[in-house]
Design a protein around this ligand. Structure first.
Ligand SMILES: *[C@@H]1O[C@H](CO)[C@@H](O)[C@H](O)[C@H]1NC(C)=O
Ligand SMILES: *[C@@H]1O[C@H](CO)[C@@H](O)[C@H](O)[C@H]1NC(C)=O
Ligand SMILES: *[C@@H]1O[C@H](CO)[C@@H](O)[C@H](O)[C@H]1NC(C)=O
Ligand SMILES: *[C@@H]1O[C@H](CO)[C@@H](O)[C@H](O)[C@H]1NC(C)=O
Length: 433
């Protein structure tokens, strides 16, 4: 709905126009409704968005009323599914209750990012006496010039976080190194094996559907900025956005125990397919609730380098032994990739190079045997799951060959038997479906 505005020179019309504007309200999309926190020029700002009002609760308080709204065509940049209510908009707003003919009108652009994150930009005050009529189509730059970017929009964090699955943000088990302090950091990098991230769907825990992940920071003796600290973060969703001509994955998280909102919310950023030669994943994290300090995966307040590690599990210690004649180093051509296979009395380890940058490391640990069948636990570096698989190790040594002889291990051991034939208690061991 665009309201035609008339130049102020026609004064009687002006007054009636103001009357019209006061009643001609528009509906702010319900997906924006709620209480938000943002940090604007270093100041904490709390905003309430309701049916037709955009109210700043922080000082200086202010209440804007929606006059006209434009919904931008939907473009998918949302990670984890979009529906028709997830829209970017440009809204023309006026100060509620203001009757001055020279009152300010504002254009507000809103980018919908996740159910917990919106970003907005407010254009400077526009007054009727500027000589031009005010219309959303002509006065609002969000329409004439396009929506704001990651750099010039303010990020708003929903204060009552809507529960979301972390899968779109982070999943897996990692060791990480961290460096605190942005580009001018003097503290150095803290790389401790005890620093770990666990982002798992853990059926045994209270966090059934992976709405949180654990970051365990370990202190390095020689790094003054390092700390011993465990933080559980709640995931606020992830989205794609372009920054400096590069498309990044952004995510927001909330510390589950921190009450100070300035410390509670963080913005994170990573790049998909980083093609890191060491099979690592880089993230940057903001110090404060804002995304603007994250410039690249090498430039942010807190730089994290994640390395995939084996999940902690009770099933890894072997309970049985494999036939001795299988021990050795083998290699095999799977359906797609070649693997190096190391077998000892208790474990089978597969190392598969998926491409120049990605190495998949899978370990099997013997748990029970029955004749030629072996039930083994399987874990993969960086992944949460512990699977139970069953191998039937029948066959002749001729099927396997040593790397030296140049022959392939013809078949991967067939995962033929079912774990159900073993006496494991499903409940006791949380066997996967
Ligand atoms: C909102 O705008 C941004 C920036 O132009 C775009 O990347 C995103 O896909 C848009 N979102 C929707 C829901 O259309
Ligand atoms: C769209 O998704 C949002 C956030 O998950 C939800 O609140 C809303 O009800 C959904 N709307 C529709 C029309 O499905
Ligand atoms: C067998 O291999 C596993 C995995 O590579 C290793 O952790 C374990 O120590 C090895 N066991 C022996 C007896 O060498
Ligand atoms: C290993 O030795 C056992 C006998 O101890 C034999 O039955 C089996 O076929 C051999 N397997 C392999 C893979 O060599």
């Amino acid at each position: 709905m665009a309201i035609k505005m008339i130049p102020f020179s026609v004064c009687i019309l002006c007054l009636s126009l103001n009357f019209r504007l006061a009643v001609a309200v528009c509906n702010i999309p319900s997906i924006y409704h709620g209480d938000w926190y943002s940090q604007e020029a270093g100041v904490d700002v709390k905003t309430n968005v309701a049916f037709d009002k955009w109210r700043r609760d922080s000082v200086p308080q202010e209440q804007l009323e929606c006059i006209s709204i434009y919904t931008h065509p939907q473009q998918s940049s949302i990670i984890g599914g979009m529906n028709s209510s997830m829209v970017n908009t440009t809204m023309l707003m006026g100060i509620f209750g203001e009757t001055d003919v020279n009152k300010c009108y504002y254009c507000i652009d809103v980018l919908y990012r996740t159910p917990n994150i919106i970003q907005y930009k407010r254009q400077d005050c526009i007054r009727l006496n500027s000589g031009k009529p005010i219309t959303i189509d002509k006065s609002c730059r969000g329409i004439t010039e396009g929506l704001p970017t990651m750099d010039n929009a303010i990020t708003m964090f929903r204060r009552s976080v809507v529960k979301l699955n972390c899968i779109t943000t982070i999943e897996g088990v990692y060791q990480f190194s961290y460096e605190v302090g942005g580009p001018t950091s003097l503290g150095g990098i803290c790389n401790e094996p005890r620093s770990r991230i666990e982002a798992c769907q853990d059926p045994g825990s209270a966090y059934v559907d992976n709405r949180m992940f654990l970051m365990n920071y370990a202190k390095c003796r020689d790094v003054s900025t390092s700390v011993d600290q465990q933080i559980r973060y709640q995931c606020m969703g992830a989205w794609y956005a372009v920054k400096n001509n590069v498309g990044y994955t952004f995510a927001a998280v909330a510390d589950t125990v921190e009450a100070d909102e300035r410390e509670r919310f963080k913005c994170m950023m990573t790049l998909k397919d980083q093609k890191d030669p060491n099979n690592q994943v880089r993230w940057v994290m903001s110090r404060f609730p804002s995304c603007t300090s994250l410039n690249s995966i090498y430039d942010g307040d807190r730089k994290l380098v994640l390395t995939r590690v084996i999940p902690t599990t009770n099933y890894l210690p072997p309970q049985c032994v494999l036939p001795r004649n299988m021990s050795g180093t083998w290699f095999t051509q799977g359906q797609q990739f070649k693997s190096d296979v190391f077998i000892n009395e208790t474990h089978i380890a597969y190392k598969t190079k998926i491409n120049e940058f990605e190495l998949l490391e899978t370990y099997y640990s013997c748990q029970q045997t029955q004749g030629t069948r072996y039930m083994m636990t399987r874990v993969t570096a960086g992944r949460c799951e512990v699977d139970f698989v069953c191998f039937d190790l029948v066959g002749k040594p001729s099927r396997l060959s040593d790397e030296d002889t140049g022959n392939f291990m013809v078949k991967k051991f067939r995962e033929t038997c079912s774990w159900m034939s073993f006496t494991y208690n499903r409940d006791e061991y949380h066997l996967p479906e």
